[in-house]
Design a protein around this ligand. Structure first.
Ligand code: Z5A
Length: 223
């Protein structure tokens, strides 16, 4: 288990993966399960999670906006959204001893902007450190690994042809995102758990709970 010198008592869990890998569904299921076990859980997402960050989310993802967003501007907007999210939502919750489940975090920037957009992994990592000041490092990250063709098919079944700005990227882009995540998982095997997301939702929830078990050392607020 990862030991972090952290200025808070709570537990920080991040969920990562490509399109349609089931992050939203898993975050909801984990939140319900941990709540039922007596933990106080905050469920949040990136980009988003605070008023300013939700505005930036709309700027970043809405495909109908009439302006273009360059690669470096895109990265910096994701990081600006994260800086505000940490300050306003994540850190206060962790300081109050809560469990924070966050749908995407730094690893998304590294996989999407660093690897798939080719801005450079270590360049993006450094900027992530700058944006977060290393104040909140996840205790555990669940990477839902899925072939992007299956993920895109799931999103298509769910929303038809209504893809957001990043989902509209070609399959090659999403393959590079997956490779980026797999490299990160190799490098940070003490923090990142690779979960087979091609299984049924129930099975994926089971794998995630098993991976989280060693981290559930907080005292539940209600028995
Ligand atoms: N992004 C970035 O580039 N850099 C950054 O730093 C950050 C983000 C923070 C956020 O979009 C976009 O921003 C994302 C990365 C980029 N871009 N893309 N492309 P988002 O938050 O709106 O969307 P998303 O994170 O990509 O999630 P998603 O595509 O909406 O899917 P999901 O949350 O992973 O999956 P889901 O909604 O839970 O499930 C999708 C469907 O599959 C649904 O019908 C489920 O019922 C079904 N499903 C889920 N699990 C299963 C299983 N196990 N079997 C079968 N069917 C399943």
């Amino acid at each position: 288990m990862q030991q972090i010198n952290k200025p808070y008592e709570g537990l920080f869990i991040t969920v990562e993966g490509g399109e349609g890998s089931g992050k939203t569904s898993i975050c909801e299921q984990l939140s319900l399960t941990l709540n039922a076990r007596g933990y106080e859980v905050i469920l949040t997402r990136e980009p988003g999670g605070s008023p300013l960050s939700e505005v930036l989310r709309d700027i970043l993802l809405n495909p109908e906006k009439q302006y273009s967003i360059g690669e470096r501007a895109e990265l910096l907007l994701f990081l600006a959204a994260r800086a505000q999210h940490i300050e306003e939502q994540i850190l206060p919750a962790l300081r109050h001893g809560k469990v924070v489940i966050c749908d995407r975090y730094n690893d998304s920037s590294i996989a999407y902007q660093g690897c798939a957009r080719h801005l450079g992994k270590s360049y993006v990592e450094q900027l992530c450190h700058l944006a977060t000041e290393d104040l909140a490092e996840p205790n555990c990250t669940l990477f839902l690994d899925l072939d992007p063709t299956i993920g895109m098919e799931r999103v298509k079944n769910l929303r038809g042809d209504q893809f957001d700005r990043l989902e509209q990227e070609k399959l090659q882009f999403h393959q590079e995102v997956r490779q980026g995540y797999l490299h990160l998982a190799d490098e940070h095997h003490d923090r990142i758990e690779v979960i087979d997301a091609s299984l049924s939702l129930e099975e994926v929830v089971g794998s995630c709970l098993k991976a989280l078990e060693p981290h559930l050392t907080l005292k539940p607020v209600h028995e």
